[in-house]
Design a binder for this molecule. Structure first.
Ligand code: BG6
Ligand code: MG
Length: 220
């Protein structure tokens, strides 16, 4: 079989490039504390890749009571305020291992770089990490109507890059994200636990373990 070289790389943000998944979880934990219930560690994985309101619904499964829509809106807003405070001090040191090197290599090799993030905070996070300029296109929750595991966000990024989905390699740390990449007709690299990301075509523990030459043609 001849080797397939990909023309674009499309990245999830939280937990793939940015060490921010822990801040989402911390913000949810502080909401749960205030409401008088506790969250099991498994919620950390359950909210990965899941948009804000859907994450709140997961969190409230542990509350032991039902909440009105108005209460939910207020809690989602509070969670975001706390998350925004937690990420206020982000610097390039909060990039996950291997992310900077991979983005630099892709840029040098002229590979399209896209973002597909469920977070409405994606832009300030990219800027704080100092990697905003690396991205040729950005698809985040502000621009799409169907959250992951729907493929829309990855297809939007591919469209923005002008690359067909079959030529795109997607990177995700969330189960819902891997499903979205596969549903978009792309090849999926799971970043994290092989047990959680079973549907992925390849799994790496972090981006330092990614085998660049297997997927991209190096120019120099
Ligand atoms: C995803 C995170 O990237 O963004 C989820 O993995 C989070 O945990 C989602 O809920 C939405 O983030 P935000 O910043 O729009 O609340
Ligand atoms: Mg993620």
């Amino acid at each position: 079989m001849t080797q397939q070289y990909f023309k674009a790389a499309i990245f999830d943000l939280d937990g793939v490039i940015a060490d921010t998944a822990r801040f989402h979880f911390l913000a949810w934990q502080s909401i749960a504390d205030d409401e008088g219930f506790s969250l099991p560690a498994v919620v950390d994985d359950r909210v990965k890749g899941v948009d804000r309101m859907a994450s709140l619904n997961i969190v409230l499964e542990y509350a032991g009571r039902t909440y009105s829509d108005a209460e939910k809106e207020a809690l989602a807003a509070q969670k975001n305020e706390r998350y925004v405070k937690l990420i206020a001090g982000l610097t390039p040191a909060d990039l996950l291992p291997g992310a900077q090197l991979l983005l630099d290599r892709l840029r040098v090799d002229g590979i399209g770089i896209g973002l597909a993030s469920a977070s409405r905070n994606a832009l300030p996070v990219l800027k704080a990490l100092g990697i905003f300029e690396h991205f040729n296109t950005i698809a985040d929750a502000n621009y799409i109507s169907h959250p992951k595991p729907h493929p829309e966000i990855f297809l939007t990024a591919a469209d923005g890059l002008g690359v067909s989905p079959a030529d795109c390699l997607g990177f995700e740390d969330a189960e819902a994200g891997i499903t979205a990449i596969k549903a978009a007709g792309m090849t999926a690299v799971g970043v994290g636990s092989a047990e959680l990301l079973r549907e992925a075509d390849d799994i790496v523990s972090d981006l330092t373990a990614f085998d660049y030459d297997r997927y991209f043609r190096t120019l120099i």
